[in-house]
Design a protein around this ligand. Structure first.
Ligand code: PLP
Length: 371
């Protein structure tokens, strides 16, 4: 769709299809799960690797007006596609960042007294109040004000200059684990902190938090991974729609027999006569190396395991179970799609969908459907 190569035929080895309608369905599912709150969308890291320029407008069209990114560059890129959206920036500020953020009307999440002071200084320079979020650390020890800092902030606010608080937020450490005691502890700490910010908007939950129950919803939720098909309720069936399809093409098929080994390091030993297909997809594309000898792919309804190591540009599959006519050069193999989800593959790779999606490389022929 966006490559001129399409006019010369498909010259790409691997393709990534992104279903924007599925992203929109997921947005509506999340909204129905917390109807009393606003549902924002986290589109950091290029919309979890799936393309900010396509994903953000689709979500805006679905009714989303509040977006979260991590960095200043991401905020600038998002502003270019959505001139009116609310844009919040998780990383907040370092010296030199206030000006570009204020220029594009983005809202930094202020994570420390240091960041609060930078924003106050910029307010003074501009001679007007600037909106910002305040992040309160309720148990993650990563970003946000701890108890003493929160107290110091409140005291300085009583006497000194004020920023215009847009949202008070905090982040849950264990929301995927519904039984984890930290969830309730963080909820209690957050609720307690909010008593000092009467009437301000509050936001606690990312994807999994949306499914912890209404007491976790507050005014605004911040789902990311669930929009892109990741299961926000691990251990239960996934309520989200699969968003991506990842396919590679067979370059050649080789018949091997014992005692032949396959690939670098000779880590796979053919246990009998087998047909090994070499596919143009490798770790340079984000098909990560830990899938060697553990991943699986599908040729139509035939499950074909990854055998041997994944190399930079190539992956080898045992396609003995699939009929010859489906394994000709150029035949498509499904690595993620109807038969297995991003979560399934991430699990086989001993990682999480977040890392898998954001690691998808630039070499794919990317096609967007719907939206
Ligand atoms: C990334 C992030 C989110 C979104 O998390 P998901 O688990 O992808 O829904 C929400 N809030 C903060 C602070 C984040 O960093």
């Amino acid at each position: 769709m966006e490559s001129s190569a399409s006019t010369r035929g498909d010259i790409h080895g691997a393709r990534l299809t992104i279903d924007l309608d599925a992203v929109v369905r997921n947005y509506h599912t999340l909204r129905e799960q917390s109807p009393e709150s606003e549902t924002g969308a986290v589109v950091k890291a290029n919309a979890y690797g799936l393309g900010l320029d396509h994903v953000a407008p689709a979500l805006a069209q679905a009714g989303c007006t509040t977006f979260f990114v991590a960095t200043v560059d991401e905020a600038i890129a998002l502003r270019a596609v959505l001139p009116k959206a609310g844009i919040h920036v998780f990383d907040g500020l370092l010296p030199g960042w206030s000006e570009p953020l204020a220029e594009i009307n983005a809202i930094p999440v202020l994570n420390s007294l240091y960041q609060i002071n930078l924003w106050l200084e910029h307010q003074e320079t501009l001679g007007r109040k600037l909106p910002a979020d305040i992040h309160i650390d309720t148990g993650m020890a990563r970003l946000g004000l701890n108890e003493e800092e929160l107290q110091a902030f409140r005291e300085s606010r009583d006497s000194g200059p004020k920023i215009e608080i847009n949202t008070i937020l905090s982040h849950l450490a264990c929301s995927e684990n519904t039984d984890h005691p930290l969830n309730e502890q963080q909820l209690a700490a957050f609720t307690d902190a909010l008593t000092h910010f009467d009437g301000k908007k509050a936001s606690l939950s990312a994807s999994a938090g949306v499914f912890l129950g209404p007491e976790y919803h507050f005014d605004l939720t911040r789902p990311g991974i669930a929009l892109f098909g990741g299961n926000p309720t691990p251990g239960s069936p996934n309520p989200m729609a699969q968003v991506i399809r990842l396919q590679g093409k067979i370059l050649q098929v080789r018949s091997v027999d014992t005692p032949q080994t396959v690939g670098y390091g000779a880590t796979h030993q053919a246990s009998g006569p087998a047909r090994i297909a070499t596919v143009a997809l490798g770790y340079a594309d984000g098909y990560i190396r830990s899938l060697g000898n553990t991943g699986k792919a599908w040729i139509e309804s035939y499950e074909v395991p990854v055998v041997g190591r994944v190399s930079m540009d190539l992956t080898t599959l045992d396609v003995s179970s699939a009929p010859d006519y489906l394994t000709a050069p150029g035949a498509l193999v499904d690595f993620i799609g109807p038969q297995q989800s991003t979560d399934d593959v991430a699990h086989d790779a001993d990682t999480i969908s977040y890392e898998f999606l954001t690691g998808l490389g630039a070499r794919f022929y990317r096609t967007y459907i719907g939206g």
